[in-house]
Design a protein around this ligand. Structure first.
Ligand code: CP
Length: 301
């Protein structure tokens, strides 16, 4: 496995996380127009085995802005249909001259099959496992707001059980000194993830991260209607009024408006949902730059 791959937040030290956030901020500041300049144009392939809008196209936006040559792989028109394995697919991209791959796949930790791949792999989400670039963009959004992670209170709310966003954020935020709580229906609790009543959390949390119910991974609302879910577990207008003055709302999106969050709150003053998407491009530029081994902007200044 290439050491510059980004697979999980577990693999990054606190310093490495802070350096990626620094690099992402530079991409929004003094290094807006920075491009990769190498004799050979670098090739990157986006291999999305699951649907995606934000992750796929913010990676693509970052790749094109950096001057990379980009290919979008579609499993349904590829030799995957003939039974080709994930390993053979990725090894093929390596063999035909690609310099890095971005992969989203429904299997938890799919990358364990790819130990013998030598080009960098950027994980764009594995099953219910990890979503490191989503986590990094969440961290950038939080850091831009509070300028610290120490002692921040963060509550992650909803379908915790199926959420790779919840697990990556738990891992990273604890490493960075935040307090992390989880809320939502009993049946979506996860062992080792401290549960709290949402109304209790609203009173003291600085960051409220809402999650979508992942029906595609088997999450079911049973007999609960969307309105009932919003009332019991969602961010509705009454809860919004009780948020701390400086609290912010995050959501990895896509949003099920009127289920986990009232539609009118998606762009409310405390919401940073579309800011997260803007930050996603900066973070993906930073992790691509890291994957190709370029020195930190700190050295270039
Ligand atoms: N947040 C996120 O991963 O969105 P997409 O599924 O649209 O990529």
């Amino acid at each position: 496995m290439n050491q510059k791959s980004l697979l999980t937040m577990r693999d990054l030290s606190k310093d490495e996380i802070m350096n990626i956030l620094y690099e992402a901020r530079c991409f929004n500041d003094s290094f807006k127009d920075w491009r990769i300049s190498t004799k050979k144009t670098l090739l990157v392939a986006n291999l999305f085995f699951e649907p995606s809008t934000r992750t796929h196209f913010s990676f693509k936006s970052a790749e094109l802005s950096l001057g990379l040559s980009v290919s979008d792989f579609n499993p349904s028109t590829s030799s995957v249909i003939k039974g080709e394995s994930l390993y053979d697919t990725v090894k093929t991209f390596e063999s035909i001259g690609y310099d890095a791959v971005v992969i989203r796949h429904p299997e938890d930790e799919y990358f364990k099959q790819l130990e013998n791949i030598n080009i960098p792999i950027l994980n764009a989400g594995d099953g219910c496992g990890n979503h490191p670039t989503q986590c990094l963009l969440d961290l950038l959004t939080i850091y831009n707001e509070f300028n610290t992670f120490e002692n921040l209170n963060v509550v992650i709310v909803g379908d915790i059980f199926h959420s790779r966003v919840a697990s990556s954020n738990r891992e990273a935020l604890l490493k960075l000194g935040s307090n992390v709580y989880f809320s939502g229906p009993e049946k979506w609790k996860r062992p080792g993830f401290p549960h709290i009543d949402f109304d209790e959390a609203i009173a003291f949390c600085d960051v409220v991260m809402m999650l979508r119910i992942q029906r595609e991974r088997g999450a079911e609302m049973d007999d609960m209607t969307d309105d009932e879910y919003l009332k019991r577990y969602g961010l509705n207008k009454a809860r919004y009024k009780k948020l701390k003055e400086n609290a912010i709302i995050l959501h990895p999106a896509p949003v099920n408006r009127g289920v986990e969050i009232d539609s009118s709150l998606v762009e409310a003053p405390k919401s940073r949902i579309f800011t997260q998407m803007e930050n996603g491009v900066l973070i993906r530029k930073a992790v691509i730059k890291r994957a190709f081994g370029f020195e930190s902007f700190k050295e270039e200044k």
